[in-house]
Every structure is written in C-alpha cells, then in structure tokens.
Design a protein around this ligand. Structure first.
Ligand SMILES: CC(C)(COP(=O)(O)OP(=O)(O)OC[C@H]1O[C@@H](n2cnc3c(N)ncnc32)[C@H](O)[C@@H]1OP(=O)(O)O)[C@@H](O)C(=O)NCCC(=O)NCCS
Length: 166
C-alpha cells in the first residue's frame, strides 16, 4: 500500500471508485481539494495499490469547527477506505500519515465523527488510537448544539475528538 498526496490525474479514478460503492462525489469536490492542497490549506492523502484506489484522508489546517480553529488544532477529515479493503489496517495507516504531517506543526490533532452506526468503525478506530472527546458535546454543521435543542442525526451531527500528539 502506497500513501501519497492526491494528484490531478487521480480524480477520475477516485470519483469512479466512490460512485461504484454508492458514495457519489463530484469531480468538483476533488478539484476544490486540489486547489486547497496547492494553496497549503489541505493535504489529501491517498492510499493505492498499483492501479487500485484504496482510500483517502484529509488534513485541514484551519478547521470549519470553531473551537479547533481558534485553538489552532488541525483537523483530520474525510477518511474513507473502500469496503473491499477494510479491516486490513489501511484506515489506521491513513490516520498515522495524517498525524505525522500534523505533528510537525501542532501538538493536537482533531477529528469529527458522526453519531450513527455507519460511523461505528471510525469511532472505534479513533478511540483505539488515543482520541478523546473535546468535552464540548455534539456539534451540528460545526456549531456546538446547546442543551434542549433538537437536531437531525445525519452526517452533519458530530462529536469532536482530540489527540495529544507530542
Ligand atoms: C472507518 C474506516 C475508514 C476504517 O477503515 P479500515 O481500513 O477498515 O480501518 P482498520 O483496518 O485500520 O480498522 C478497522 C477494523 O479492522 C480491524 N483490523 C485492522 N487490521 C486488521 C487485520 N489485519 N485483520 C483483521 N482486522 C483488522 C480493526 O481492529 C478494526 O476493527 P473494529 O472496528 O472492530 O475495532 C472504514 O470503515 C470506512 O471507510 N468507513 C466508512 C466511512 C467512515 O465512517 N469514515 C469516517 C468518517 S468520521
């Protein structure tokens, strides 16, 4: 498994692979990621095995979640491993590469994880790697949810975790 930064020439392969597993992503999204990577705002780490796309993860230097942004905590985001290649440690390797890039600049890494069962493996993986809740409870779309407020438990409802890297 080779892990390297995303390139323009990967776009069709990545978009095609994710569409095939019913996780459609637009080429425009990855064009934006590449532009942000060129601007130094994001790194997209891609895992591949020869011609096969296995998964990816992003490092976002300035998080959309205000507490991370204010405290200068870079965020690990958009982790995905192709279903046929899960449970072989690729997700862990991607997180490790992301952490290694963050530790050069910051003490802490942050991650947001969804609240429903689809995110169960991700949550277990993060806890096993030493991530802990940031103590601010649930956020919705990056905004902390105040007590008593109703939210929809969809992809925007997240719990934020942090890990001390050094
Ligand atoms: C979360 C996700 C990225 C994990 O990827 P992965 O490559 O399967 O991750 P790992 O292999 O490192 O670990 C996952 C599981 O495999 C197990 N595993 C790791 N290496 C293994 C091996 N060699 N043999 C058997 N099992 C192994 C781990 O113990 C872990 O098990 P658990 O979930 O029961 O605790 C993947 O499930 C995924 O893409 N999910 C959908 C998207 C998602 O939720 N993204 C996160 C958004 S916050």
């Amino acid at each position: 498994v080779l892990i390297r930064a995303l390139r323009q020439t990967d776009l069709a392969r990545v978009v095609g692979a994710l569409a095939a597993i019913d996780r459609p992503r637009s080429p425009e999204l990855y064009s934006r990621y590449l532009a942000e990577q060129a601007a130094g705002a994001r790194i997209v780490w891609l895992a591949e095995d020869g011609p096969f796309f296995l998964g990816h993860v992003c490092v976002v230097w300035s998080s959309g979640y205000e507490p991370f942004r204010v405290e200068g905590i870079p965020e690990i985001a958009d982790l995905i491993v192709m279903p046929a290649h899960r449970r072989h440690g690729i997700g862990s390797q991607l997180i490790e590469v992301a952490e290694n890039s963050i530790v050069e600049r910051a003490d802490l890494a942050g991650i947001a994880v969804g609240l429903y069962a689809d995110y169960g493996h991700a949550l277990r993986l993060y806890l096993r790697r030493g991530y802990r809740p940031d103590g601010r409870g649930i956020a919705y779309g990056g905004r902390t949810v105040p007590p008593g407020e109703c939210i929809r438990v969809d992809d925007r409802a997240t719990l934020q975790l942090v890990k001390l890297l050094r």
